[in-house]
Write a protein that binds this ligand. Structure first.
Ligand code: SAM
Ligand code: SF4
Length: 360
């Protein structure tokens, strides 16, 4: 049984048992793990942290994930749908401020009107930035045809978290119907890879019913699935969701923060050339949560550039940070925060996943 990080040979593939030890470790072990991962990031990916300007274009969602604050059945949320001009203006802001990329994120929908609208937006964003801005999508499960259509129009990265790779737990976190099936999620991830996207996935950490061995399996899954980019964040309760009302996480928020940081560090050592995001949810638990993630393996940050008026209605969980700030506040505070970690800001560059190109 592993009881000390010195027992682990990092030159070999890590076993599930070793990964579980690393996720749960504290004190000197955790310090050594995070330092090693921070050094590996700089060695393989360089010192830069790249920006993805996040545009939360709508909180309308046809799905009912039990953990999410904007799930369809939450009638307390005023629904919004940014108009095209507001989205283009946000993308223009990103371009003018030399963010290399934007992320278009929203609740899930797959009606024709939505699909065509996204398609037109992708083309317009390409147009206004003279093809210079990278476009990442985070619009949930779609058909392969839809993924292909958006790819042909200029999107080149896609984020779709698997949420958890324990099928049993996945089913407990979602209603029992076709729309929320675990198999459908995996098929969507496969389709993204087949179309040719740089494919991102990830999980929530510290969910009710989730064990450290589940989390170790999640990291093994990300490696086996040959994922190019990862976003992992702590699960945070939202008071108006069925999950928060019926089940408590077995982990304190402090423990979820620790496990997430250890997971980022462990994954960096397992997959040195991928992109890893410092998720916003880390900051909801610890004001320095994202900086800590950057120090131990993350190299991507996603400043929120959604117009401030709508941000309060995209509350996936309690205490979401930066909901009252304008994009400018976020940019300057982030630049300071990155400098504080001793790293550089990769402004004006796409900052693609090295892993993706090595596979080609
Ligand atoms: N609807 C799309 C989807 O589900 O892929 C994109 C938007 S969704 C809000 C983005 C991510 O938010 C989800 O993949 C999930 O991991 C995260 N999320 C939702 N509720 C959360 C919660 N209570 N705590 C932490 N993360 C949460
Ligand atoms: Fe909708 Fe995504 Fe929230 Fe699920 S996690 S309810 S798909 S916005």
């Amino acid at each position: 049984m592993t009881t000390n990080i010195n027992q682990i040979d990092f030159k070999k593939s890590l076993s599930g048992e070793e990964i579980a030890f690393l996720i749960g470790c504290s004190g000197d072990n955790s310090k050594a793990l995070r330092e090693m991962a921070g050094q590996k990031t700089i060695e393989i990916r360089g010192s830069k942290v790249w920006f993805r300007g996040l545009i939360e274009l709508s909180n309308i969602c046809i799905k009912d994930c039990f953990y999410c604050g904007i799930r369809k059945s939450n009638t307390k949320v005023p629904r919004y749908n940014l108009d095209d001009e507001a989205i283009i203006q946000a993308a223009r802001y990103a371009f003018e401020n030399r963010y290399g990329s934007v992320v278009l994120q929203s609740g899930e929908r797959f009606d024709d009107e939505f699909i065509d609208r996204i398609d037109k937006l992708i083309k317009r964003i390409k147009e206004i930035s003279d093809n210079k801005i990278g476009i990442t999508l985070s619009l949930g499960e779609q058909t392969k045809e839809t993924y292909q259509k958006w790819f042909n129009s200029g999107a080149h990265r896609y984020l779709l978290r698997v949420e958890t790779t324990s099928k049993d737990l996945y089913q407990k976190l979602h209603p029992e119907n076709e729309l929320h099936s675990f198999e459908r999620r995996l098929e969507a991830l496969k389709a993204l890879q087949e179309v040719g996207y740089q494919t991102g996935s990830g999980v929530m950490v510290g969910l009710p019913g989730q064990t450290i061995s589940d989390l170790a399996n999640d990291l093994l899954f990300l490696k086996e699935f040959d994922i190019d980019m990862v976003g992992m964040g702590p699960y945070i309760e939202h008071e108006d969701t069925p999950l928060a009302k019926s089940h408590q996480s077995p982990y304190t928020q402090e423990e979820r923060l620790k496990m997430t940081l250890n997971m980022i560090a462990t994954l960096r050592l397992m997959m040195p050339d991928i992109n890893i995001a410092a998720s916003t949810a880390l900051q909801a638990i610890d004001p320095m949560g994202r900086e800590k993630a950057i120090k131990c393996g993350a190299n991507i940050i996603m400043p929120n550039i959604t117009p401030a008026a709508e941000r309060k209605n995209y509350q996936l969980y309690n205490n979401k940070p930066c909901i009252d700030e304008s994009a400018d506040d976020c940019l300057s505070c982030l630049q300071m925060r990155i400098a504080f970690t001793g790293r550089e800001t990769g402004l004006g560059e796409w900052g693609d996943s090295l892993h993706f190109f090595k596979k080609q």
